[in-house]
Design a protein around this ligand. Sequence first.
Ligand code: BDR
Ligand code: CA
Length: 315
Amino acid sequence: TKPVILDVDTGVDDALALMLAVAHPRLDLRAVTCVGGNVPLDQVVENTLGILKLMGADAVPVAAGMSAPLLEPPQHADDFHGRNGIADVVLAPHGLEPTREHAVELLRRTIEHSGEPLTLVTLAPMTNIAVLLRMYPEVLRNVERIVCMGGAIGLGNATAAAEFNIFHDPEAAEVVFRSGVPITMYGLEPFYRVAVDESTITRLIDSHAPVAQVAGRLLQHSARMGGDDERIPAEAAACIGDAGAVCAVIDPDALVTRAAPVQVVLDGTVARGQTLVDFRTGPEPERPVGIQRGLVDVVFDVDGARYRRLFLETL
Ligand code: BDR
Ligand code: CA
């Protein structure tokens, strides 16, 4: 099994991602850290604990982290995710508590104490991760890779230029991209491509399994809110979003990636939060000057049917 930590802003599709991470036998979910993003931090923690309870994963430690981005005030997306962030689905009372330690401390401790290098899956603005890298840069020695849902090669979603997770905290994202840790950028191109159709959603909702029912209702909400996005395949109704980034850890062979420098646009212009992916080739391509940055494995295509099967069969 692969040891992983999920950093989340639960969120409809973060909830789907948590379900998959708990349920898949190849993953060992060591901790979940919460950050303000889709909804305010308290609600993120509440939703995360509720989903873990539903999955019978009471023992996975959950910590609250940064409630606001490094520089700017939060700009939540509850208009998309429903008032409670999870499509207004009411989960059974969970009776669980987050850890007393801050998410950054839980991250440090979990990474340091792991016998083998850990994979960090970030499904949210990267505020917690940036603070971790500034406070405890030495933990990177025991991080195998960051698989990050964030950014886009082309069109954004929060703005025309920027994907929400990067848009919400561009400075944090740039800290992570400059860190030199191996990164897979699972951006909006694969994000929208892994999707389910209407009849699958109905089948999930009508099933007698509580986990499948909740997944179905979350997907139904996504279908209502964003099903007409042209990036979702024509025959499908809703994408599994963040859950695809968890698939990317389980089955990386279904990804088509290319290594390139990625620079986050930080100017306060219309392009703030854009991930500028430099796919230019040639003997000496001009690279952003003055900054040490590693190459990011940018996902530009994915076998959507394979990840859909992986998701549905696991749940
Ligand atoms: C990302 O932002 C949130 O709305 C989703 O949970 C996902 O992490 C997509 O831009
Ligand atoms: Ca998210």
